[in-house]
Each structure stands twice: as C-alpha cells, then as structure tokens.
Design a protein around this ligand. Structure first.
Ligand SMILES: NC(=O)c1ccc[n+]([C@@H]2O[C@H](COP(=O)([O-])OP(=O)(O)OC[C@H]3O[C@@H](n4cnc5c(N)ncnc54)[C@H](O)[C@@H]3O)[C@@H](O)[C@H]2O)c1
Length: 476
C-alpha cells in the first residue's frame, strides 16, 4: 500500500535506517552495503486456470546475505510490488539480527487475491511459483528459506516443500526449504501462532519495565488494558486471543477489510474469528457495534493499538488523530516514517515491527534446525527423559481422572501426545526467552543513550551493529 505524498514503503524503511546510522560510527561504504537490497528477482509465469492461461507476477528479493540462508515470508496479495518486497526483505535482515536468528533477509510475494481461486487452483499456482523460484536457488534449505506471510499459511508451505522435494529428490534436507509447514508435514508445533504469541510476549516484557510503561503514560500491567487490533488474520487473531484469554486485556475494537467492530466491554475474539471464517468478513456480526469506516477506529481511544494487517495504515493523514499511547507493530511497516515522527512528538511509544513480529522467524528458526537435525526438536538426554517420564505418567493420571472416557486414546498414543507437548513447551520457552532478551538489548540502548529517542532507533542500532560486525568479520 502506498500513500499519496509520502515516501514509499522502501524509502520509509531507509529513512528509519538513516535515523539510526547517523548515531553510529560506520564507514559510508559499509552503511550503503547494509542499506541496499542485494537483488530482486521478478517472474511472470503462466498457469492454465479454468481452461485459459493466466499470467501471474511474483517476486523474491534478497536484501542481505551476510548470513545464509536468507529468510523471509511469501505474501499473496494484489498490492505486491518490487518496492514492497524490498522493504520487507530489509526488515527481515534487521529482524533476524535483532533476535539473533542466523539468517540474512529476504521476502517474496505474488500479485494475487487468493480469495478468487479455488484450493486446487491455488495449489497449481503455488507449485509453479515454487518451481520458478527453486530452479534459481531462491528456495533452498541452504540459501533461501521462505515462510508464510499475508495470504499464505501452512497449506501453501506444505505445497512448496513438496514441490521442492520433487525437484530435488536426493536432497535429504529438503524439508528445511521452507518453514511454517504443518506439524504433520515436517513443521514444528507452535509455529502457526508464533508471531501472535511473540506479540504477547513482547507486550509482557514491555510491561515488566516501568520506565517504558511510564514513557507511554501508562501504568500497571496488561490486565484491563483496552486494545484495538487491526486485521484478525494469523498474527492479529492469535495476539488478540492470547492477550484477552491469558493476560486479561480487553479487546475493544477489531478492524477488518469490511469495517470494524467495537465494544467497550470487550469483544469475544474467538467468536468474531469464527464469524469471519463463516461469512468472509465481520459484516452482520450480531454481538457488537459495527463501524463502516474501519480505519477511523485506529483513531479511537485505547491503551494499546495493534496494527496487524497492512503497511502504511498510520500515515500523515491520520497520525495526528491517533490517540493510543502505545502502538505495537504486529504488521510490518504499519507506521510510515512521517507518521512515526508525529507520533513520537506526541509522546506515543511504538514497539517496532522488527522486534514486535519477530516471533514468526524465531520459531521458523527452530523448525529449520529441527528439519536439518532430522531429530525431534529438543530431544532430551536419557536422565532428563526418565525424569520427564514420571511427569508424563502423572499427567496421564490427571487426564484420565479429568477427562474419563472422552480421553479415548491408547496409552501409547497418550505418551506420544505428551512427548509432542515437549516440543510445544520448548518452542514457547525458546520464543519467550528470545523476545525477552531482544527487548532487553533494545531497552538498554533506549534508556542509556541520550541521543536515542525511541525503541525503533534502539532496535536499528542493535541490529545494524550486528550486521556490520558480521560483514567486518567475514569480509564482503
Ligand atoms: N504470518 C506471519 O508469521 C508473520 C510474521 C511476521 C510479520 N507478519 C506481518 O503481519 C501482517 C499480517 O500478516 P498475517 O500473516 O497475519 O496475514 P493474514 O493474511 O493471515 O491476515 C491479514 C488480516 O488482515 C485483514 N486485512 C487485510 N486488509 C485489511 C485492511 N485494509 N484493513 C483491515 N484489515 C485488513 C485480512 O482480512 C486478514 O484478516 C503483515 O504485515 C505481515 O507481513 C506476519
């Protein structure tokens, strides 16, 4: 999405980058090397759909190869263009560096509205797009590892992995060519909700630090905070659901493509999500007030605003009217560089995208490692296994007592089920740990340096520092 009279998404990311590098001591050459996108590949390919050949345009951009493979999602949306994938690829570089996922940055996209195609047609299109990318090493376990993004999910990743495998039958690591696959097709438990879960962990960590909370003019914890979410897709749905169910936040607004729902008493996220699933939008949802002009709800009073849909939704045209004291950028680039400045001057605290939505790539990293190691993630040593065994036996007793006949599985399956739960526990604790330590690294810079005004610049300083160190150590 581009906004009139504002820099493009790519330029906006560069302006934010420039604000940070001004405070660093990098040589101009290195600064330029980090900023620019290494390469962007554009493909136009044909697929026979409903008896006729249709041409689709796709992109894969590689921003930085200071670490390989490079990593980043593939987006299916009509607005996909070169500027957008390059901006998103750059953000991936900074994001991976910030959370210490050992990847360079990449991103891809296909200009398509997936709602216009049947599942079978989407599979044909996805397989063809995968073929086009994989034959140029733009999908490869060692070089470029996509993941889900807007408009794609586990299903598309499973098709991509299968297509890659067919093209590389002797590659024993083929499963690691994409992440975000379903757990029964080489994925990892906890990946599907990882980005939303990461948003929750990021907010929890933010509220552990009184200086940041006070800077936003807030107090206390997440409990009772009024939250507005834009986009009830993968990221927005999971973030809203976990914040409401586990932290006592009140979801007072949900903004979707076809308007917004508002309720001062709080919306039932699960109920709204199911309504959207059944009806294709929020229109007609009976248990809340419907606001036709959805984006207007971004300006409503609340404690925390979570844009979790598109880029540039908070821009020069509405930033002045945004009332939220705290914005967490679950989406990539939801605040333009111009809006960022306005909000900063108003005292709004922004938890920046490169940190806020890093949960996805963090758990993708776990999945990639699991695929490469060909071993169950977090497989334990014998002594730990024995201790764990006792816990499993106890847990089985507990489930038998509570669930009785409804827990109608064989003891063997129960054991395996609970062993599977180990993976989820490890994923969650690894994600929590990552989100906490990445926050601390930004927070420390934000609070200790007078010249660092906000968390975004702090995040850029930390991540650019790491990318620069990597280039210096390895040479170019
Ligand atoms: N999926 C991930 O793991 C992941 C990881 C990191 C960042 N992100 C970022 O999060 C954002 C959302 O991604 P997602 O995976 O949740 O996508 P998604 O396709 O699952 O969901 C997007 C949601 O936004 C809604 N939406 C679309 N246009 C809208 C509009 N104009 N106004 C209001 N709502 C609108 C859609 O209806 C949908 O419910 C993107 O910026 C993406 O880059 C996603």
């Amino acid at each position: 999405m581009s906004v009139k009279n504002e820099p493009s998404f790519r330029q906006s990311v560069d302006m934010m980058f420039n604000r940070a590098v001004k405070l660093m001591d990098l040589s101009p050459g290195l600064e330029e090397k980090i900023r620019v996108c290494n390469a962007t590949y554009k493909v136009n390919f044909g697929v026979r759909i409903r008896g006729d050949i249709r041409t689709f345009t796709g992109y894969r951009s590689v921003h930085s190869e200071h670490m390989e493979p490079v990593k980043g999602g593939i987006r299916y949306a009509t607005g996909v263009n070169q500027d957008e994938v390059e901006a998103l690829a750059a953000l991936m570089t900074y994001k991976c560096a910030l959370v210490e996922a050992p990847f360079g940055g990449s991103k891809g996209g296909l200009c398509i509205d997936p709602r216009e195609y049947s599942e079978h047609e989407l599979e044909l299109i996805t397989r063809r797009f995968t073929y086009e990318l994989a034959k140029r090493d733009l999908i490869s376990p060692a070089q470029n590892v996509p993941a889900p993004d807007m408009g794609t999910g586990e299903r598309e990743m499973a098709w991509m992995a299968d297509q890659y495998r067919r093209m590389n039958t002797t590659d024993i690591n083929s499963n690691a060519c994409v992440t975000g696959k379903p757990p029964h097709a080489g994925g990892i438990r906890g990946r599907v909700e990882a980005t939303g879960r990461g948003v929750q962990y990021a907010l929890r960590e933010f509220f552990r630090h009184p200086e940041g909370v006070a800077a936003a003019g807030l107090a206390g914890k997440l409990d009772g905070k009024r939250v507005i979410v834009q986009g009830l897709g993968n990221v927005g749905y999971h973030a809203a659901k976990f914040l409401a169910a586990e932290d006592g936040a009140i979801i007072t607004g949900i903004i979707e493509r076809d308007g917004a729902l508002v309720s001062a008493d709080g919306l039932d996220v699960e109920d709204v999500y199911h309504w959207i699933g059944q009806h294709g939008g929020i229109t007609g949802y009976p248990n809340a007030k419907h606001v036709e002009d959805g984006p207007k709800v971004l300006e409503e009073p609340c404690d925390i605003l979570i844009p979790a849909a598109l880029e540039a939704v908070i821009n020069l045209s509405n930033a002045e009217r945004v009332q939220a004291p705290l914005i967490i950028e679950a989406a990539n680039g939801p605040v333009t560089a111009g809006a960022d400045e306005i909000l900063r001057k108003k005292g709004c605290v922004i938890i920046p995208d490169m940190y806020a939505n890093a949960g996805g790539v963090t758990v993708s990293y776990f999945e990639w490692v699991k695929n490469l190691s060909h071993i169950r993630f977090g497989r334990m040593g014998r002594r730990q296994e024995e201790a764990r065994h006792q816990l499993i036996v106890d847990e089985l007793h507990r489930l038998d007592e509570h669930l009785g006949d409804s827990w109608s599985m064989t003891p063997d399956f129960k054991t395996r089920y609970l062993r599977g739960a180990d993976e989820l526990e490890l994923v969650r604790s690894g994600l929590d740990d990552t989100m906490r330590s990445a926050y601390l690294s930004m927070h420390e810079v934000w609070q200790s340096r007078e010249d660092v005004e906000d968390l975004r610049v702090a995040a850029y300083l930390v991540s650019i520092g790491k990318v620069a160190a990597s280039y210096r150590a390895k040479g170019l």
